[in-house]
Design a protein around this ligand. Structure first.
Ligand code: PMP
Length: 405
């Protein structure tokens, strides 16, 4: 193992506690928690725990200050203009549900919401729910045989009825990275808002949501090496100011009477009830730590590993990559299917060699339909992976195929 990877792994407690062999390649499902995040979570829960926003005693005030710091750390990581643009949620799923329901009043009968065929269910189902309520229509940007968005189809699928475009920044199945600029151009041409599901992009280095040109951006803490149970919805301040709340409850109001309520300004309007405080502090700590890393070098290594995996898979008879074969415009999420072998069998057999993979539809059934498959096997790379992880996968896969065929 290289010195650089070794130093990184020392920042992830799991590597010291799992028995070898341990080749964790299921990072698209969840990343491992980093030490700064684990420390922040444990410190809060065991030594600094109080509810936030309203207490006047010192412990409660300290918790509120720490919570605001986490918001500021996430704002810095995302490239937000102000911490108030960051809404803490339970994850990408809630973030996208808030987005859909808060934008729903802007939809009218016959309006269109444009998604893509490669979306995760959490960027499909919330839009279907609001479309049904409003008599709007859900349409999709088609996907090429290589598992990328078909940008040539934009002219056809973006219409003067398109009000919202919601796409993932990076596919959790094919690894294709969306050219958000191109989508933005098409959305802007018809005055549509742009929502980006950043669940798979956020773990791979700081972002600049303003430069990206989107209106709302969603991501999950557990994929960003923080705790489970927390995520973020970022929104342009001017837009958030105009949006109604989705969930009602404590902490999101200005004034409540039995008949009606008025609401607090963002982000509180969108954070009903006690937020996931410990997990939010962990997310802030992870973001602050990630921001200190050399992402030029890390991205180069992640892409070199992706190339090694793609080359290795291409050389195995009966293995078909479901996604871009080249490195251009893709990230380290690699799906494949094996002729005559079910994805779950592949995953189970590789588990014997300590290789953690995921097999299934990856919450992307429309994409599976597009590929004519029920399932794929997926390997997904994070900053702590190395050549040994990739080679264990490839060797184990060859062994598995020889045994099962
Ligand atoms: N979108 C994408 C692209 C994802 O990969 C995932 C998680 N697999 C989600 C949304 C949902 O994230 P969460 O389960 O953390 O809410």
């Amino acid at each position: 193992m290289s010195k650089a990877v070794d130093a990184l792994r020392r920042q992830f407690p799991i590597f010291a506690s799992r028995p070898a062999p341990f080749h964790y390649l299921d990072n698209a499902a969840t990343g491992q928690i980093c030490r700064p995040a684990a420390d922040a979570l444990i410190h809060y829960e065991t030594a600094a725990r109080a509810n936030v926003k309203r207490g006047v005693y010192r412990l409660a005030d300290e918790a509120s200050v720490a919570f605001h710091k986490a918001r500021a750390e996430m704002a810095a990581y995302l490239g937000a203009e102000r911490p108030e643009e960051v809404i803490f949620t339970s994850g990408t799923t809630l973030a996208l549900n808030i987005a859909a329901h808060a934008l729903a009043p802007r939809l009218h009968e016959g309006d269109e919401i444009l998604l893509s065929e490669l979306e995760h269910h959490s960027n499909i189902v919330p839009w279907q729910l609001v479309a049904q309520q409003k008599g709007a229509k859900v349409r999709a940007i088609p996907v090429t045989d290589e598992g990328r968005l078909d940008y040539d189809a934009l002219e056809r699928v973006v219409t003067d009825r398109t009000r919202i475009v919601a796409v993932s920044h990076c596919s959790n199945v094919t690894g294709a990275v969306t050219d958000v600029g191109r989508i933005k151009e098409a959305a802007s041409a018809v005055g549509a808002l742009l929502v980006v599901d950043g669940a798979q992009r956020a773990p791979h280095g700081p972002l600049d949501v303003r430069a990206l040109g989107c209106d709302l951006y969603a991501c999950s803490g557990h994929k960003m090496f923080a705790a489970t149970g927390c995520g973020v919805l970022w929104g342009r301040r001017e837009l958030l100011d105009e949006l109604p709340p989705f969930l009602g409850g404590g902490e999101m109001i200005r004034q409540v009477s039995i008949e009606r309520s008025t609401f607090a300004p963002p982000p509180h309007r969108f954070e009903a009830g006690t937020p996931p405080i410990g997990a939010a502090l962990a997310m802030g700590a992870a973001a602050a730590w990630l921001s200190t890393l050399d992402w030029g070098a890390l991205t180069e290594r992640e892409m070199a590993l992706t190339g090694r995996l793609l080359d290795g898979l291409s050389a195995i008879d009966g293995v078909r990559i479901q996604g871009p074969r080249g490195l251009q415009g893709r990230a380290g999420v690699v799906s494949f299917d094996v002729e005559d072998v079910h994805a779950h069998d592949v995953c189970q057999m590789l588990d014997a060699d300590g290789v953690c993979l995921r097999g299934g539809h990856h919450c992307a059934q429309p994409l599976m339909d597009r590929f004519g498959l029920a399932a794929t096997t997926r390997a997904s790379i994070a900053l702590y992976n190395d050549e040994a992880d990739i080679d264990a996968l490839l060797t184990g896969l060859e062994k598995t195929i020889a045994r099962l065929r």
